[in-house]
Design a binder for this molecule. Structure first.
Ligand SMILES: Nc1ncnc2c1ncn2[C@@H]1O[C@H](COP(=O)(O)OP(=O)(O)OP(=O)(O)O)[C@@H](O)[C@H]1O
Ligand SMILES: [Mg+2]
Length: 237
């Protein structure tokens, strides 16, 4: 069997990541291997600073590992030309950032439409973007700028933006970090609906174990390595 069959959404192969600032090198990921089958609902957990966001950024093709390889739908990210990697990220991946990454001069609605602006298709998706904002409870905030929205509302805009392009892979970094329990539950209902309706693979970093169900896969990072995995056999490399 091919190690990268098409039913694997993401494969992480012996990945290390160090950040270099001047002469100082900070090792963050120290040899991580895992596979996320297409359509899986998975969580990455671990203490602050353990490398969760770093790993998620690598899986979202926002950055490349120091060593090892990330495969998205069987394609090795370090082997792809930058333009191809950018296209894949734009079309296939919905990324919900820990820091929202909203543009402060744009309304909530236009922030949701950002991914379609460079390709001139924002108009076509306007109604769907509005429907998504309603679905996350922001139907009456379409024209608000980020400074006129609460932290949780900004987070919901970021989620609607990630979902609008109907990505096969959604990577969410603490998507409920700013939300109360009820809003947090709504966000997870939305993410789980997407997984069911569209077969999307959803990988979420969270501190909040209340949203994790028994059947979900849970990977725990400690000190830049996987300490435990629930819902699958550990992998050795
Ligand atoms: N650009 C950078 N340069 C140097 N060090 C960095 C950089 N980005 C992250 N780090 C360090 O890498 C480590 C892992 O960071 P990361 O953001 O992946 O942690 P995390 O698990 O997501 O934490 P949190 O739960 O607080 O969000 C941290 O110790 C951080 O200080
Ligand atoms: Mg983080």
């Amino acid at each position: 069997m091919s190690p990268h069959n098409s039913s694997t959404a993401v494969r992480v192969e012996d990945v290390t990541k160090s950040y270099v600032n001047g002469a100082r090198e900070t090792p963050v990921l120290r040899g991580i291997s895992c596979e996320f089958p297409a359509g899986e609902f998975a969580f990455i957990v671990g203490p602050s600073g353990s490398g969760k966001s770093t790993l998620l950024h690598l899986m979202g093709a926002l950055d490349l590992p120091t060593s090892g390889e990330i495969y998205l739908q069987g394609r090795a990210m370090s082997q792809l030309p930058q333009a191809e990697r950018d296209r894949l990220r734009r079309e296939e991946i919905g990324f919900i950032f820990q820091s929202f990454n909203l543009l402060k001069n744009l309304t909530a609605l236009d922030n949701v439409l950002i991914p379609f602006m460079p390709v001139g298709q924002a108009g076509k998706f306007r109604d769907e973007a509005k429907a998504l904002l309603r679905r996350v409870g922001l139907g009456d905030r379409l024209d608000h700028k980020p400074s006129q929205l609460s932290g949780g509302e900004q987070q919901r805009v970021a989620i609607a933006r990630a979902v609008l392009k109907n990505p096969s892979l959604i990577l969410a970094d603490e998507p409920t970090g700013e939300l109360d329990t009820k809003s947090g539950q709504q966000i997870f209902e939305l993410l789980r609906d997407l997984q069911q309706e569209r077969g999307a693979t959803i990988i979420t970093v969270t501190h909040d174990h209340r949203y994790i169900r028994d059947e979900d896969t849970v990977m725990e990072i400690l000190d830049g390595k996987f300490a435990s995995q629930r819902g699958r056999e550990p992998q050795t490399t």
